[in-house]
Design a protein around this ligand. Structure first.
Ligand SMILES: CC(C)(COP(=O)(O)OP(=O)(O)OC[C@H]1O[C@@H](n2cnc3c(N)ncnc32)[C@H](O)[C@@H]1OP(=O)(O)O)[C@@H](O)C(=O)NCCC(=O)NCCSC(=O)C[C@H](O)C(=O)O
Ligand SMILES: [Mg+2]
Length: 360
């Protein structure tokens, strides 16, 4: 069984005339998923000029859009999408939650009007496979009615304890599943965590070094270093494993302290190192941070290429700069090299930087 469907039915369209589901989720660069509120005239006006500067533009219809503006946001997104040539930039939307009064109109409006331009629908507060099954069937019906020739993919936000507990079944619930993002603010509330932030760390979540000992006796009066820990490590690691298992993509999520660009970069980098392919950007200044962090550095690409060259047919072990490299370190280096190639194909500056690397 795949999700709750037998394997033979997993890749069958869920409505007569709906496009064939994808067999493999395309690896399209999506370092920053940039959120804008289509009902906010100032933000909306900036969207056309952002095309080509960011991998994904996301018209947000859910939280952060005032209830009174829900219809304006939906209609604004239709207007922007119809008027804009997105070129290499993907267009995503975040629809309202499945239990909200707006979500049905979101989908029945967006798919016929701009379904041919929408790459991914982000679904908030996904609790289990049943939520994905509902969206999967509805999208198939709407795609068939609209005569679309490619399926719109689905991205789930993990922002409830139940969603986290069901993360593997969510990832495997449909061939439309493109990826997962962490929703740290809603997840913190649902878990009754004692934080009041949108993502990022907390100074109270720490470990303290042991007290120094004098003649075997702990000096509890001595000052001791503390080390802040990452509140999100467990959830991101679970997401990464569930996504890798199902061949889909994990993303960090929002970092709400817009002014703290340093901590934002640190949080993004932790997610990158753990296996995430991108993150959300809430403000224009977070785009450059995400693009930098989620693109392998020239040093890492240079090293990865050296290992690939040194490993020849990919078997055995070699010494490079005093370190052992073998089949497994080669596989890690290939991840880096492949990502660099995908990014170079859409980012001329990165291409120039990667092309300039000399293999020693
Ligand atoms: C966070 C903001 C409210 C800040 O807006 P503002 O006070 O206007 O910032 P600035 O004055 O610094 O803005 C400078 C100019 O840039 C424009 N701007 C700002 N943000 C954007 C944007 N996202 N896209 C395009 N343009 C933007 C401003 O209009 C200014 O323009 P101008 O005056 O002409 O120079 C705001 O950034 C914002 O609302 N961002 C999006 C917030 C959002 O989408 N939140 C939802 C996602 S997070 C979430 O939902 C939590 C999650 O689900 C969870 O559970 O964890
Ligand atoms: Mg949320």
């Amino acid at each position: 069984m795949t999700g709750s469907r037998p394997a033979k039915d997993f890749f069958r369209p869920l409505a007569v005339g709906a496009p064939e589901p994808v067999r493999e989720v395309p690896a399209r660069p999506s370092r920053a998923i940039h959120f804008f509120d289509p009902s906010n005239a100032k933000m909306a006006a900036k969207v056309p000029d952002m095309v080509g500067t960011v991998d994904v533009l996301l018209g947000n219809l859910e939280d952060a859009v005032k209830a009174d503006n829900k219809v304006a946001a939906r209609e604004g997104l239709v207007e922007i999408a119809q008027a804009t040539d997105f070129g290499p930039t993907q267009l995503w939307t975040r629809i309202n939650a499945l239990d909200s009064p707006w979500v049905l109109d979101d989908l029945t409006t967006l798919v016929p009007a701009i379904g041919d331009k929408l790459d991914v629908v982000m679904v908030p507060k996904v609790q289990g496979a049943e939520d994905i099954h509902y969206i999967d069937r509805l999208l198939a019906q709407l795609e068939a009615k609209a005569g679309l020739d490619r399926p719109i993919l689905v991205h789930a936000i993990l922002e409830t304890a139940r969603g986290v507990a069901n993360v593997e079944e969510i990832c495997g619930a449909s061939p439309r599943m493109q990826g997962l993002s962490l929703g740290p603010a809603d997840l913190a509330a649902d878990r009754r965590m004692k934080t009041t932030r949108v993502g990022g760390g907390h100074p109270g979540y720490l470990v303290r070094e042991d007290p120094p000992r004098v003649d075997g006796v702990a000096n509890l009066e001595a000052s001791r270093s503390t080390y802040q820990q990452d509140l999100w490590h467990y959830t991101i690691a679970r997401m990464v494993d569930a996504c890798a298992m199902h061949g889909i993509y994990p993303y960090y999520g929002p970092f709400g302290d817009i002014s703290d660009v340093v901590a934002c970069e640190d949080q993004f980098r932790n997610a990158f190192l753990l296996g995430c392919v991108g993150t959300w950007s809430l403000h224009p200044k977070q785009i450059a941070i995400a693009n930098r962090v989620f693109s392998p550095s020239t040093e890492d690409v240079a090293h990865a290429r050296r290992v690939v060259a040194a490993m020849g047919d990919g078997t055995g072990a070699v010494m490079l700069d005093g370190k052992m490299e073998d089949d497994a370190s080669l596989k890690q280096c290939l991840v880096m090299v492949e990502l660099a190639e995908q990014l170079a194909a859409i980012d001329p500056e990165l291409k120039a930087a990667y092309d300039a690397i000399e293999v020693a």
